[in-house]
Design a protein around this ligand. Sequence first.
Ligand code: ZN
Length: 365
Amino acid sequence: MNKAKQYSKEKYILFFVGTVFTFLFLIIFQIFVSAPIKSIVILWTPNFYLIVILYALLFSVINYWAGFPLHFYETFFIEHKYGLSNQDLLAWTKDEIKKNIISGIIFLLFVLLFYYVLKSTGQYWWLILAFFWMLFTLFFSRIMPTVILPLFYKYSDVDDDQLKADISKLAKESGIKILDIFKINFSLKTKKANAAVIGIGKSRRVILADTLLANFSKQQILSVCAHEFGHHKRAHMPKLIVFSCVSTALSFYLLNVCLDRIVVLCNASSIYDIKIFPSFLLVLYVFSLIMMPIQNWFSRKLEVEADLFALLKTKDIGAFKGVMQKLGEMNLADVDPPKIFKYLFYSHPPISERIAFAEKHEKSS
Ligand SMILES: [Zn+2]
């Protein structure tokens, strides 16, 4: 088995192990840990919202450390094992601390908001909470490029003036108001290459990994940019945000349907009893697993649109195929995964499909 296949296989296995772990963790926490934690927390304060915060804090700390071996294996060990990481343990730990502070704050605020909305609004709490989630998603998308990303990467100018001029020309030909294009120092952490359109409104920009700029030819870089312009032109970011908000609303609705049953099953005093919080998470987790293939199907559809846009704008099938091959090699992608894995995990069509799509396009044009 080649290195890329082996790497992908390990990733698939890790996903299944992670899923089983999450199920077991939530169930065990619900049955054996939740009530004792609650009884400790209520000794500290009688205030409902303080109880919620303290419980959520303890829950997330225990959850993080219980899953730490798996998380470490997945994000540090395996990347080194396959020679994909440029990050030492200290740098990884620093990133890990930053990520946990950010996600911890978001988690605590959201749990607080969840109980506030659940308590103070009526039967449509799930819709109101989904509305808040949408506001948060918009806010986060807005600050992601300017506040969050700089915590992990440095922006710099694309230093090749000729390349910059060609990218601007391509943007104009694509009918796009010039979008800021930045290089980010991906190589600080990884040998993988990537590019993306991020942000909304004034923060929207194209980012190109320095690993991509260093290893790809000018025509290939233009092909990548054209793909990213396709995402922008076809409004893929707003579409993804709407998709995510609808699926969040559905997941809260599902939780709403299950609330009373959970109370009975867990012998809780009411739906506001913090000890049944792990069961709420379990319902949301199950829904997210059901949504995963649908979300990925939707994402793959948008990726095909962006690929088609790139092929039409650059008319450079060779460069497009070159990009795919190089991306596959640098990122150790499974170029031709089993169909079932594609449906479950792939937010982009597999490399072999993207190349076949380009060849089909070439024949028909
Ligand atoms: Zn894309």
